[in-house]
Design a protein around this ligand. Structure first.
Ligand SMILES: NC(=O)C1=CN([C@@H]2O[C@H](COP(=O)(O)OP(=O)(O)OC[C@H]3O[C@@H](n4cnc5c(N)ncnc54)[C@H](O)[C@@H]3O)[C@@H](O)[C@H]2O)C=CC1
Ligand SMILES: O=C(O)[C@@H]1CCC=N1
Length: 273
């Protein structure tokens, strides 16, 4: 099976690496800059600027360009080349209805992974379009990047906010914890190790024990001890509300992008409803 990765930038190059790690060797990747192409070639893909060649010579196509580049990518491929291809779009916000209009003869899926695919730990949601048949192949390829959840499309914008953008939110939290460690006297490298250990350990403990986060919090919190002093500071600074608002804002932006891309696809490709 041959796989095309259209736009081998940050997430696209992780797709190439994940597929290579999984044993796929027939991969073609596209990009616009020399550096992108050189990087894709160094990862083991055939690198080209020619999207039409990449799509027409492949069975499965991953779309990993920024949302505003979607119309340009569609235009760079002959309509006949999309026919019969299985297309998995990672483009934030881009709706299945828009993608199916833009690539009228392709079998289209909308998915949202995250950058943790770099270490095989993506949390990827995927929704099928109206013409989809080969879910098993798509599932197998996505599993090369991490865990895969088949969901209705209506969850994709929320997933984009929580899981797609999630590594950035968690990275901010880790950075804050490191600064906090430094504030109370830990050397930076030790504070960094502690922050990573706590994140990783807590997540594993919750997953493996099935314990609710509230129960874990209460188990850690000694009456009149240290943790409760930290918790009241978190509560008064609105940490939970801030995180909820972060995800909600990202969700709203995903919806906005969806509407913007739909309008652009219709305008630039001359498609009507
Ligand atoms: N970066 C992330 O953590 C995640 C990104 N995504 C989605 O993946 C998509 C790409 O995001 P990034 O990898 O961060 O962006 P990026 O900018 O790093 O990669 C996009 C690549 O597409 C190339 N490109 C642009 N126009 C092209 C064209 N006409 N033909 C071929 N290649 C073209 C660019 O040169 C670039 O190398 C976005 O739609 C984003 O929503 C999804 C999940 C996670
Ligand atoms: O920030 C973004 O728009 C993309 C989608 C999820 C992660 N990065």
């Amino acid at each position: 099976m041959r796989v095309a990765v259209i736009g081998a930038g940050r997430i696209g190059s992780v797709v190439v690496r994940s597929l290579v790690r999984c044993g796929y060797s027939e991969i073609v990747a596209t990009g616009r800059r020399d550096e992108t192409l050189k990087n894709a070639a160094s990862l083991g893909a055939e690198a080209t600027r020619d999207n039409d060649y990449a799509v027409s010579s492949s069975d499965i196509v991953f779309l990993t360009v920024k949302p505003h580049h979607l119309p340009e990518v569609v235009k760079s491929v002959k309509p006949a080349s999309w026919a019969g291809r299985t297309v998995v779009s990672f483009i934030a916000g881009a709706r299945l209805a828009t993608l199916e209009k833009a690539m009228a003869e392709a079998e289209v899926y909308r998915a949202m992974p995250n950058l943790n695919a770099e270490v095989g730990l993506s949390s990827t949601a995927v929704a099928q379009g109206t013409r989809t048949r080969d879910m098993a192949t798509v599932d197998r390829l996505l599993k090369c990047m991490g865990r895969v959840y088949w969901v209705p499309e209506e969850f994709l914008d929320a997933w984009t906010a929580l899981a797609g953008s999630g590594p950035a939110f968690i990275a901010e939290i880790i950075d804050a914890l490191v600064l906090a460690g430094v504030l109370v006297g830990l050397p930076r490298d030790l504070a960094y190790s502690a922050a990573l250990d706590v994140l990783e350990g807590t997540s594993r403990l919750l997953r493996e024990s099935g314990t609710h986060p509230f129960k874990l919090r209460d188990d850690v919190t000694t009456p009149a001890g240290t943790t409760i002093r930290g918790l009241i500071a978190m509560e008064s600074e609105g940490v939970k509300a801030a995180l909820m608002k972060a995800v909600e804002s990202a969700y709203r932006r995903s919806l906005e992008i969806g509407a913007e891309i739909d309008a652009r696809v219709k305008r630039e490709l001359g498609i009507s409803d």
